[in-house]
Design a binder for this molecule. Structure first.
Ligand SMILES: [Zn+2]
Length: 88
């Protein structure tokens, strides 16, 4: 069950649990004041890192949203070589 942390401007951070990872979970309603809160991204196992390193990772963890056009075309699949002597 995935859990995501969100930050409410008034109440602070809160964590919600979801049944699946599908769907857009970049925002959620605060359980206390019902205002729209944006998601906070954390790097895993940060307790092993120094505070300076972990904060830099957290700032860089926000994923970039890209369209298919921005990502570019998929690489062409390899052409199937015809080998009649090969089984399968
Ligand atoms: Zn709130």
């Amino acid at each position: 069950m995935p859990s995501y942390t969100f930050r409410c401007e008034d109440c602070g951070n809160f964590t919600l649990f979801f049944k699946s990872m599908s769907g857009n979970k970049s925002t959620a309603e605060c359980p206390d004041c019902h205002s729209l809160s944006s998601r906070v991204y954390f790097a895993p196992n940060l307790h092993k890192l120094s505070r300076a390193v972990s904060s830099r990772i957290e700032k860089g963890m926000e994923p970039q949203r890209m369209t298919h056009a921005e990502l570019g075309a998929k690489p062409a699949k390899k052409k199937k070589v015809n080998r009649p002597w090969q089984v399968g």
